[in-house]
Design a protein around this ligand. Structure first.
Ligand code: URA
Length: 274
């Protein structure tokens, strides 16, 4: 029976899609062939699958090691003198596997004020962002916008993510996926020149700060972000992800406290140099 013929199934599927779930996975892998539930593929089909496995789509290049791809990303990013050029460089970059695995459409780069004093860095685009080509435009993004507006930060932020393509099924981006996108994130920071960073969610905070702590212990405290070459340093505040706040509304007060910590520093008059 199709979901459309069953209003309860249709509404349940809409609920999960709204939450960003578009793939059904079990906690543990299940070998359905060994379990006898499906017949092993015919030899011809196996040959096609094996040929397709390392390079699932025809345009997908074989993946060299991560450090070579990071170096390539760094060269491309350094050549971009403007955000537009950087966005074009990202769109043409095929070193991030997410481009082939997760994203249905385009690279999702950033939105906001190109000279913002605050840069907000999330984890990675979800389904709505993938469709619309802009970060944080789904339900979590709408909550983020409301919180930023309530804190007086509307129009004073640039919003981006640690990766520019949607991870399949909205899973957390891997450290390798984040590493190959990091040179572009760094270059965006260098071009925008914000005074501070708001790191939204554990995957963003861990990647940007190169720390292996949980978000609950990192949030609400100032950390120092450093570019890979050590040339740039900025204060960075980790906070809870709005998707988490949608599931745990009681945690909103902690995220609000983080925003107050942030605005207190952002709006503090800078002392003139002695
Ligand atoms: N979650 C993120 O971390 N980033 C987005 O752009 C959307 C949802």
């Amino acid at each position: 029976m199709s979901a459309a013929a069953n209003p309860i199934a249709e509404s349940l599927l809409a609920f999960w899609a709204d939450a960003g779930v578009d793939a059904m996975l079990l906690d543990e892998p299940l070998d359905r062939i060994a379990a006898g539930r499906i017949a092993p593929p015919a030899p011809a089909a196996r040959k096609v699958a094996a040929a397709a496995a390392p390079a699932p789509s025809p345009g997908r290049p074989a993946q060299p090691d991560v450090s070579a791809v990071v170096a390539q990303a760094r060269t491309l990013a350094a050549q971009a003198e403007t955000l537009e050029a950087l966005s074009a460089a990202i769109a043409g970059f095929d070193g991030c596997p997410l481009r082939f695995d997760g994203a249905a459409s385009q690279a999702v780069v950033w939105r906001g004020d190109a000279a913002a004093p605050l840069m907000v860095i999330g984890e990675g685009p979800g389904q709505d962002e993938d469709r619309q080509g802009q970060p944080f435009v789904g339900r979590a993004g709408q909550l983020l916008d409301k919180m930023l507006a309530a804190a007086g930060l509307s129009g004073r932020v640039m919003i981006t993510n640690t990766v520019f393509w949607r991870p399949p099924g909205n899973r957390t981006p891997t450290p390798a996926e984040q590493a190959v996108c990091a040179p572009f994130v760094e270059r965006a920071i260098a071009l925008v020149q914000p005074r501070m960073l708001l790191l939204v969610g554990g995957a963003s905070a861990k990647a940007m700060l190169n720390k292996d702590e949980g978000i609950l212990s990192m949030r609400g405290r100032w950390h120092e972000w450093r570019s890979a070459d050590g040339a740039m340093e900025l204060p960075a505040l980790p906070t809870l992800h709005p998707a988490f706040l949608l599931r745990q509304p009681a945690a909103k007060k902690r995220a609000w406290a983080d925003l107050l910590t942030l605005t207190e520093r952002l709006d503090r008059p800078e002392r003139p140099a002695p």
